[in-house]
Design a protein around this ligand. Structure first.
Ligand SMILES: NC(=O)c1ccc[n+]([C@@H]2O[C@H](COP(=O)([O-])OP(=O)(O)OC[C@H]3O[C@@H](n4cnc5c(N)ncnc54)[C@H](OP(=O)(O)O)[C@@H]3O)[C@@H](O)[C@H]2O)c1
Length: 336
């Protein structure tokens, strides 16, 4: 179908939702509604809230039923990370006959960790003849869909390791606090380790294992501090040498023989050297791919959401994941 014809509702107009509006507007999708519970946003024009540089003639409401009554082709959903918390929001959109593209991390591949929610959403989507996809840069691309695509010309895969190193120095202050930047190492365990973890690693392991046709038996995850070797100044804080610079989160996927088949290594710290996305296959042939600098978390999540929407609208009804919708590509050129 022509993506120019898509009508859309934006559900959640935070930093990511705002960027999705911008990316979708650039692709000439037509916004017909917008939902957010933040009183600062309710009652304002979507173009103003999302800072797209012009009004869009759509008022942000905190009544989801009002926005969804516009019968959009697609709902762009970007509110929460937990699929259980998102479920009522998703079900309402699906029941209104809208396809959904969501950045809820656990929706990227819920069949492993939340099979009951996956089954319920799939059934509702099939009943209403629409499709639902969880996506974003991570989970949704760098550590799952991208390596799955890279395995396409390989004869066989023994194991794969994906490493994502991001420098948190240029990111927002809440993110730097979230990864513990500047904390004394002895405070990491009690203050950061239990809450700082990236959501979606387990989902990425399970999606990638499924794509590689590995019978996944177990997924383990661990989180540890990255310690600053030198003093790092950011716009928001100073991290002395020896203090916590950020987090390193590792996830392993094991097959039925107890062998590690998928390893995901995510490092998010201020002053991280050589930021990159790196995929390393042990197989026939061995394959190594590095994206220097790495894909930008916010820019690329919103672009991906907008670019994949036509594939989701055209997909068979049900709950989908990034490895079973046609791989989208950018269509917008610069200077538009
Ligand atoms: N997969 C990926 O690669 C990826 C990448 C980036 C972000 N994400 C995820 O995408 C989501 C959105 O990111 P963000 O940074 O924009 O988050 P955010 O700053 O929390 O913004 C979410 C917005 O949605 C609103 N909201 C929350 N619950 C709502 C509800 N039930 N109905 C309507 N509006 C609601 C929030 O209002 P209040 O502020 O008043 O609660 C806020 O305005 C997060 O869960 C984030 O973790 C995923």
């Amino acid at each position: 179908m022509s993506d120019d014809a898509l009508t859309a509702v934006q559900y959640g107009v935070g930093p990511i939702g705002s960027r999705i509006v911008e990316a979708a507007h650039r692709r000439e999708y037509e916004f017909v509604g917008a939902v957010d519970v933040d009183p600062e946003k309710v009652g304002r024009d979507l173009g103003d809230v999302a800072s797209v540089g012009e009004t869009l003639g759509v008022t942000v409401t905190d009544e989801s039923s009002e926005a969804l009554a516009t019968d959009p082709d697609v709902v762009f959903h970007s509110t929460v990370s937990s699929v259980r918390d998102a479920k009522p929001q998703l079900e309402e959109a699906i029941s209104r006959g809208a396809n959904v593209v969501s950045t809820t991390e656990e929706l990227a591949y819920p069949w492993w960790s939340n099979p009951d929610v996956a089954e319920a959403l799939d059934a509702t989507a099939r009943n209403h003849g629409v499709s639902v996809l969880g996506t974003g840069i991570n989970p949704g691309f760098v550590m799952d869909a991208m390596p799955a695509v890279l395995s396409t010309p390989m004869e066989s895969v023994e194991s794969v390791t994906v490493t994502r190193v991001q420098d948190a120095a240029g990111r927002r202050a809440p993110l730097q606090r979230k990864v513990g930047a500047g904390l004394a190492p002895d405070r990491f365990e009690s203050e950061i380790a239990t809450s700082a973890g990236h959501v979606g690693s387990t989902e990425s392991v399970a999606m990638l294992a499924d794509a590689l046709e590995v019978s996944l038996e177990e997924v383990s995850e661990s989180i540890e501090p990255v310690i600053a070797e030198t003093t790092v100044e950011t716009d928001h804080t100073t991290v002395e040498a020896g203090a916590v610079a950020g987090i390193r989160q590792t996830a392993h996927g094991y097959d039925e023989n107890g062998d590690v088949v998928v390893t995901l290594d995510l490092q998010l710290s201020v002053g991280a050297e050589e930021p990159r996305d790196h995929v390393d296959f042990d197989g026939v042939p061995d394959v190594t791919v590095t994206v220097d600098g790495g894909f930008h978390g916010d820019v690329c999540t919103s672009a991906l959401v907008a670019n994949v929407a036509p594939s989701v609208v055209d997909a068979p009804a049900g709950l989908r994941c990034m490895t079973d919708v046609p791989v989208p590509s950018v269509t917008a050129r610069g200077d538009r």
